[in-house]
Design a protein. Structure first.
Length: 291
């Protein structure tokens, strides 16, 4: 099985935990998802001073010793670098290594450093995406506020450079909604309504946009609007059948009590990801629905 397929499965189950563990009080639905405005989380989580060293130390416990050794060597070279070009070379190499290990937190800090030095769109966008991923997949809720804040900063800077770019607009929309789950107020006016509006603006311009549709579907699930989620994921599947939208479609059908539809969607997941461990987990879900 390909590495990308394995990563997709890990991402699916990680995001399911993310969807159901995060509070939904802050979600506000404009236009297509019109409900009464929710309240923000009762109390903001404390912001921990996370930096690249802290993120890297934590991530090294999750990778192979060989890769860790290679990263430590590059970190040493980075510390000895004497010119901006040399530092950027090692920062990029470290970011790419952490990407290869699917560890977005340390990668995000290196792309942030590159973006700060170059002030270029690509690095700001990549930094924002990695910080969004770090927020989503971390089990440490004390560092989530830092990841969200840095994601918002990165996407805002990216949009200054390319105001009409839909990828940056999508990332900022996701970050704004995540921010509200933590009870954080944005000094420049970011809020869940603005986040959802940004995502809806993306699909208005690009109806088939995968990232925007996926996140709108996930946020619909998170706020208990499963019919809206079903429509999002069905649209995605019609464009391209993939594990993630099928899995979320199955979960949405399950929450709606549509057992046969949920079973069919789970079975498609299993077909698209022929891995024994994943298959067994899907079989358990199907068995639960049949009982």
């Amino acid at each position: 099985m390909q590495i990308k397929q394995i990563v997709a499965v890990v991402a699916v189950f990680a995001v399911m935990g993310y969807l159901y563990m995060q509070p939904v009080k802050g979600l506000v639905k404009p236009k297509e998802e019109r409900t009464a405005p929710g309240k923000e989380a009762a109390a903001a989580k404390p912001v921990v001073n996370v930096n690249v060293d802290i993120a890297s130390t934590s991530a090294k416990t999750l990778i192979s010793s060989a890769l860790s050794t290679k990263i430590i060597s590059l970190e040493g070279s980075l510390k000895k670098a004497t010119s901006p070009a040399e530092r950027q070379k090692y920062q990029l190499a470290l970011a790419q290594l952490w990407d290869s290990a699917n560890q977005p937190a340390p990668s995000a800090f290196y792309y942030q450093a590159l973006a700060t030095a170059k002030n270029d769109f690509t690095n700001w966008l990549t930094a924002g995406n990695r910080f969004n991923d770090a927020y989503k997949f971390t089990q440490d809720t004390t560092v989530q506020p830092t990841f969200v804040n840095y994601a918002i900063q990165a996407f805002k800077k990216a949009r200054v450079l390319k105001p009409d770019d839909l990828s940056a607009q999508t990332g900022l929309g996701v970050a704004y909604v995540n921010q509200t789950s933590l009870g954080i107020a944005d000094a420049e006016g970011g809020n869940p309504m603005q986040g959802i509006t940004l995502l809806l603006g993306v699909v208005a311009k690009d109806p088939d946009n995968r990232a925007a549709n996926l996140n709108l579907g996930q946020f619909a699930m998170k706020s208990g609007q499963y019919p809206k989620a079903v429509e999002r994921f069905k649209k995605m599947i019609a464009i391209k059948p993939e594990v993630e939208p099928y899995f979320y479609l199955a979960e949405s059908y399950k929450q709606l009590g549509q057992k046969q539809e949920a079973i069919a969607a789970y079975q498609k997941c299993k077909e698209l990801m022929p891995d024994p461990t994943f298959g067994q987990r899907i079989d358990d879900y199907i068995k639960e629905l049949k009982n």
